[in-house]
Design a binder for this molecule. Structure first.
Ligand code: ZN
Ligand code: MN
Length: 465
């Protein structure tokens, strides 16, 4: 490859020297597929509202959902001069539990800092957060594919008030002001947006399992921010990170995140193709247009003038406390999944489905005493069973004792039947729908009438696709 001479200067700030091969993609030649040319670099910030009785630094009731505006306030969370913050240990403890579950280094010394910026929903002019000494340092979480998500830090802070814009008025509700927030920051380790959404889903299940948060995204108890930039394949090979990032804020669903990131990849690729470079800024995603729009240029950390919060003494944690914390950790979702496979003989797919489901408690309470594979199948395929009692399960499973509904067992029989009847499979491909009926009949005969006809039929259709 040779470096072209007519490279636009706009490319240089985020990518350094114009002489580097990284500048190649600013050159005015067109490749048909830009997805091969520009590689995604994605980092996440996840805000989680821990479930606590009180707010972060005052005694106000934290149960604010649907309550009258400004009904959960006091001088501290209204930011009145002279009011003193007192940290909520319940929130500290929950942050530590999450850190422990994510293999983080828990810091023995930690403190709160003031993060300064001006906005009407922040009357103190600063947010109490954590900067240099967060509660939890580096950690990681493995995804199902084996991809390791690297966690930079987990800290604790306070939420702001909520503003409502109505024509030319802005109204403020201080109920949310001072609600505790756990902030989890990943390294810019994601290369695929689907890994990022899988990570967020796993975090959501994990905080629920730990009892740290209800993580209801509709109630804003879990909020995502994505930092997105692109780099060339050469930069990726050298392990070189881009020198800019675009932050998408206020992402309130996983689907929304996937769309927003895809839109941003597209926008930034087009800029690079034109020889321009994206600027470091915050952007919001407009679902209606499918595009992101600029909100404001991003501050650097030094713009916030962080300094230690003088009204809260530094925190110190001893080994005994950390030891106790380890004992509190329940069985985690991945451990549950492994146990379901190894001890109960569930398939990988069923074990995964159950381990992240809302009906996991039902499964746990019934599976040990009955046939776990049968219980799992009923729970997955019959939503109404998720409210059944143990007696009802016993009754239903006894009824079905002669019916094979276990997908893994059926798939083996189907494979055998399809392989020994290639003509039927061929007919189906040519559009003869009744070939399915024929094959279903064979599977039922093969199982001496025990195969569940509906499940069998669906599995055959899947197998022939
Ligand atoms: Zn208060
Ligand atoms: Mn934050």
């Amino acid at each position: 490859m040779k470096v072209l001479s007519n490279i636009s200067h706009a490319c240089s700030p985020p990518f350094g020297s114009l002489r580097s091969p990284a500048d190649m993609f600013c050159a005015p030649y067109i490749m048909s597929d830009t997805s091969e040319k520009y590689k995604l670099v994605l980092g996440l910030e996840v805000h989680i509202q821990p479930k606590t009785a009180r707010k972060m630094f005052c005694g106000c009731d934290a149960a604010i959902w649907k309550s009258e505006p400004n009904s959960h306030t006091c001088p501290t969370c209204l930011g009145l001069p002279g009011a003193l913050p007192v940290p909520n240990f319940e929130a500290v403890h929950k942050t530590h539990l999450l850190g422990l579950a994510l293999n983080c280094k828990l810091n023995k010394n930690s403190k709160f800092d003031r993060k300064h910026y001006f906005y009407p929903d922040l009357p103190k002019g600063y947010q109490i957060s954590q900067y240099k000494e967060p509660l939890c340092g580096e950690g990681y979480l493995n995804l199902d594919s084996g991809f390791k998500v690297e966690i930079e830090r987990i800290h604790l802070e306070e939420d702001t008030a909520k503003s409502f814009h109505d024509e030319n008025k802005t109204m403020l509700d201080f109920n949310k002001s001072g609600i505790p927030l756990i902030e989890l920051v990943t390294k810019p380790c994601f290369r695929e947006v689907l890994d990022a959404s899988e990570f967020c889903k796993k975090i959501q299940v994990l905080v629920k399992t730990l009892g740290v948060s209800e993580a209801d995204m509709e109630k804003g108890q879990m909020r995502l921010e994505a930092n997105i930039s692109l780099r060339t394949r050469e930069m990726e090979e050298r392990g070189e990170l881009p020198k800019y990032k675009v932050e998408i804020k206020n992402i309130n669903s996983f689907r929304f995140m996937e769309k927003a990131v895809k839109a941003e990849i597209e926008r930034q690729s087009v800029l690079f193709e034109k020889g321009e470079a994206p600027v470091q800024e915050n952007r919001g995603f407009n679902e209606a247009t499918g595009k992101t729009v600029s909100q404001r240029e991003k501050e650097e950390a030094h713009d916030y003038r962080y300094f230690p919060e003088p009204d809260i003494p530094p925190m110190e944690f001893d080994d005994k406390y950390f030891e106790e914390l380890k004992k509190e950790l329940p069985e985690l979702p991945d451990e549950k999944k492994r146990r379901y496979i190894e001890k109960y003989g569930l398939s990988e797919a069923s074990a995964l489905k159950i381990s992240v489901s809302d009906y996991i408690k039902v499964f746990d309470s019934v599976a040990a005493e009955l046939n776990p594979v049968a219980v799992a199948n009923v729970l997955i395929n019959k939503p109404e069973s998720r409210r059944w009692s143990k007696e009802k399960f016993r009754e239903e499973l006894n009824k079905k004792v002669d019916v094979i509904s276990d997908e893994d067992t059926l798939k083996l029989v189907i494979k055998k039947v399809v392989e020994s009847n290639p003509k039927a499979a061929d007919d189906y491909e040519k559009g003869k729908k009744n070939a399915i009926q024929f094959l279903t009949g064979l599977v039922i005969r093969e199982t001496k009438g025990k195969a569940d006809p509906n499940i069998t039929r669906n599995l055959i259709i899947k197998a022939l696709k």
